[in-house]
Design a protein around this ligand. Structure first.
Ligand SMILES: *[C@@H]1O[C@H](CO)[C@@H](O)[C@H](O)[C@H]1NC(C)=O
Length: 209
């Protein structure tokens, strides 16, 4: 009898514990940490914490890369906090490009929904994997590897990129090299580029030093 009571009570404990852990909607008033945001009390969670309508709208591509990325990360979609996933919309105007970049925190799955995009990544062994993607095609970019997307169609392309992390991170290679105050001499020494090229790229991308 005592055994049965113990089993029943431990089952009850497990099921109430599981219910509390169904989700951890981000409390955006607190800090984002490596393990995500703290949880909003479930009593004040609503359906809108799990919905984002921001990806309905085309991003503004009037910029140097003619591209716009509209994220649905924890800040825009608090309900995905702690679930290990996220998504973003990519608008790529004619001749637009998402320059060579990495997401240190997650792998990416890209689905083209309009137009056509040349996409590729480079492995750590420097093998190149490039493909022209058409509407409906998907491509996966393994975590941390350098990759890019270039409009291949001459008309605006649209794609959705999902990530295996709510905070995949983004580092754009050219910005890392030329859009900060790393001294030109060090950029030249570490990239084997000449002085004129480094100065030109720093001027275009807003770097100093
Ligand atoms: C898009 O961005 C450009 C450059 O920042 C700005 O001039 C323009 O007003 C923006 N367009 C819209 C529709 O917001």
């Amino acid at each position: 009898m005592i055994h049965i009571l113990l089993i029943v009570s431990s089952l009850f404990t497990i099921s109430t514990h599981a219910a509390v852990q169904d989700f951890c909607v981000a409390d955006l008033k607190g800090p984002d940490t490596p393990s995500g945001y703290a949880c909003k009390p479930p009593t004040i969670v609503t359906v809108d914490d799990f919905v984002s309508v921001g990806l309905r709208y085309a991003g503004n591509t009037s910029n140097i890369i003619k591209a716009a990325v509209t994220p649905a990360f924890s800040a825009q979609l608090p309900g995905l906090n702690g679930l290990g996933i996220s998504i973003a919309r990519l608008d790529l105007a004619a001749s637009g490009v998402v320059p060579m970049h990495t997401h240190p925190g997650g792998s990416e799955l890209l689905l083209v929904t309009q137009g056509s995009i040349v996409a590729g990544f480079i492995s750590s062994a420097n093998a190149v994997y490039v493909k022209t993607l058409k509407k409906g095609d998907i491509m996966v970019f393994p975590q941390g590897l350098l990759h890019f997307q270039v409009n291949a169609g001459g008309v605006t392309a649209v794609a959705f990129a999902s990530f295996s992390s709510p905070t995949p991170g983004l580092q754009i290679l050219d910005f890392a090299l030329f859009a900060n105050d790393l001294p030109s001499k060090l950029v030249e020494a570490t990239t084997f580029l000449d002085d004129a090229t480094v100065k030109k790229l720093k001027a275009v991308l807003g770097g100093t030093g």
